[in-house]
Design a protein around this ligand. Structure first.
Ligand SMILES: [Zn+2]
Length: 299
C-alpha cells in the first residue's frame, strides 16, 4: 500500500512540478549573474516563492514515508504479540485422572473410572444438588463458580445443566437417545458409555437459567451462548465440539458443552482455534473403531 501511495504521489507531484516550471520559465543564466551566492548559499535567480514551492513535494514525500514507518512498526508489533507455547507433555493425555486426558470415539475410559474429587459447584443447578449429575471435579467446579459469577456481573445468567455422569448413567442416557432417535443420529451427538467426557467430571453442559435453547445449537445465538463463547477460555474451559469441526471431533456442534482443561491450554486452543486432537496430534475418529485405545490410570 505504501509503495502504491508513494508512486501515485510522486507522479502527481511530478506533474505539478512540471506545470509550475512551465508557468515560470527559469531565469537565463548569464556570466553576470552567479548561480549560487557564496555568502547565503542560495540561488538568487530563484525567487523565494519558487523555492518554497519546491519544498512542498519533499515535505509530502517525507510525510508518506513517516506514515509507512508507523504502519510497518505497527505490523511488526502485531507479529511480536506474545503467544502461549504450552508444553504438550506437561500432563498426560492417556490418564483418565489428568485434566488433559483426551476422550473421543477411539479412546475409551475404564467402565469403573470415577473421579476422586467430585464436588457440587455453588452455582444455579438444573437438578437438585443431591443428584450426582450436578457434580464436577473440584478444580472444574471452582472454575465454573468463578465463570458464572463473572457472567452474573455482566447480567448474563447461566446454569449447570449436566456435569458428571457415571458409566451407568451414560448407559441410560445413550440408550434413551437410541430409542427415540436411532443409532446414527445418537452417535452424532451423544457418546456411548465409556466414551463420554462427562464421565471425567471435567465436562459441563451449560444453559441460560431460563433454559432457553437447552442443549440446542441455537444456544450459540443467545446472550448467554455468546458470552460463553467469548469468555469461557479465561476460566479454563473450551467449547469441545466447535462449529463445522465434526470431521475433527466426531461430534456435531455443541456450543453448550464445555470441557475443563485449565486456563493455559484453554487460552492456547482458543487462540489458535485447534481441537484437542489437533493440538496433541492424535487421530480423529468419525465412528467407533473395532479396537479403541484403552485409557488407564497412571499412563
Ligand atoms: Zn455434554
Amino acid at each position: 500500500m505504501c509503495t502504491l501511495l508513494k508512486v501515485s504521489l510522486i507522479n502527481i507531484l511530478k506533474l505539478k512540478f512540471k506545470n509550475s516550471t512551465s508557468r515560470q520559465p527559469p531565469v537565463p543564466v548569464t556570466h553576470l549573474s552567479p548561480v549560487i551566492n557564496p555568502a547565503t548559499g542560495q540561488n538568487p535567480q530563484l525567487p523565494q516563492r519558487q523555492r518554497s514551492k519546491r519544498l512542498v513535494p519533499i515535505l509530502l514525500i517525507l510525510l508518506v514515508l513517516l506514515f509507512c514507518l508507523v504502519l510497518i512498526r505497527k505490523n511488526t508489533q502485531t507479529a511480536k504479540a506474545p503467544t502461549l507455547n504450552v508444553n504438550r507433555s506437561q500432563y498426560s493425555v492417556n490418564d483418565p485422572s489428568s485434566i488433559w486426558v483426551v476422550v473421543n470415539k477411539g479412546r475409551v475410559l475404564p467402565s469403573d473410572f470415577i473421579p476422586a474429587d467430585l464436588a457440587v459447584p455453588n452455582v444455579a443447578l438444573r437438578l437438585p444438588s443431591s443428584d450426582p449429575e450436578m457434580q464436577l471435579r473440584k478444580t472444574a467446579a471452582t472454575a465454573l463458580e468463578q465463570m458464572f459469577s463473572a457472567a452474573n456481573q455482566q447480567n448474563v445468567h447461566l446454569m449447570l445443566a449436566s456435569g458428571y455422569r457415571s458409566y451407568g448413567e451414560q448407559v441410560s442416557v445413550y440408550s434413551g437417545f437410541v430409542g427415540t432417535q436411532g443409532v446414527q443420529s445418537t452417535d452424532a451427538s451423544s457418546a456411548k458409555p465409556g466414551y463420554s467426557e462427562h464421565q471425567l467430571g471435567l465436562a459441563a453442559d451449560v444453559e441460560p437459567t431460563d433454559r432457553n435453547c437447552e442443549t440446542d445449537p441455537c444456544f450459540a445465538a443467545t446472550p448467554e451462548g455468546q458470552w460463553v463463547a467469548a469468555n469461557s477460555y479465561k476460566y479454563g474451559f473450551i467449547i469441545r465440539y466447535p462449529k463445522d469441526k465434526q470431521n475433527l471431533t466426531g461430534y456435531e456442534y455443541e456450543p453448550w458443552h464445555l470441557r475443563f482443561v485449565g486456563s493455559a491450554l484453554a487460552m492456547q486452543l482458543h487462540g489458535n482455534g485447534q481441537t484437542m486432537e489437533q493440538f496433541f496430534g492424535l487421530p480423529v475418529y468419525a465412528d467407533y473403531p473395532a479396537n479403541p485405545y484403552q485409557l488407564k490410570i497412571g499412563q
